[in-house]
Design a protein. Structure first.
Length: 202
């Protein structure tokens, strides 16, 4: 019985792996289809170039995530997180602007359609019980992954800056507070997030 169960689980995991591989290939084809130039060697080389650029800043993304993880803040009151995000954006050459109490917005590109990318920044009121070197330094915790979301959006900001001349339109970066209390997005929208420039898709 145990050997049959083992064989079943092994086969099941193999099927899941093969399914993921097929989905990845399909997703790549769809992604390539909508890029300027469509499918072809040149376009695929561009994708690989961006992937290589992303891999090159992996350590930086991890370091940013750990800094944010060590300093969790709640709701709409995120002074340390906002200061850190702005500092990093300015280092990259952006001009971040405030949007509401703790929201941050930055744009890149040229006039045209505007696409919005969002990363939430707030943590949860729960104590972290780990021995990690980058564990929370207060009684709160990034247990929902917003530290990762913010670090990922900063990583995207850097890649976009490195490829700004290739952008056909504008990308608006939205660093959102108060996601956990269902208040941050509305506050940013009330303060004009979706205008100047107008957001066409997100």
């Amino acid at each position: 019985m145990h050997s049959l169960l083992f064989l079943f689980l092994k086969r099941f995991l193999e099927m899941r792996r093969n399914s993921r591989l097929r989905k990845n290939k399909t997703a790549k084809k769809r992604f390539i289809k909508y890029l300027p130039g469509g499918q072809g060697t040149d376009t695929e080389e561009k994708i690989m170039s961006i992937l290589e650029q992303a891999q090159a800043i992996q350590e930086e993304i991890v370091a940013n995530r750990r800094t944010i993880h060590k300093n969790p803040e709640l709701g709409l009151d995120l002074p340390k997180t906002v200061a850190f995000v702005k500092e990093k954006l300015i280092e990259m050459g952006y001009t971040p602007i405030d949007c509401g109490k703790s929201g941050v917005v930055a744009t890149i590109g040229k006039p045209g359609k505007t696409f919005l990318l969002r990363g939430d920044m707030d943590a949860l009121p729960m104590k972290e019980c780990t021995d990690l070197e980058f564990k929370s330094t207060n009684d709160w915790m990034h247990s929902c992954g917003h530290d990762t979301h913010t670090a990922m959006l900063l990583g995207a900001a850097k890649l976009l800056k490195e490829n700004e001349d290739k952008l056909n339109g504008t990308v608006k970066l939205m660093f959102q507070p108060g996601e956990e209390i269902l208040a941050g997005a509305k506050e940013m929208i009330d303060h004009g997030l979706l205008e100047n420039p107008h957001v066409d898709a997100a």
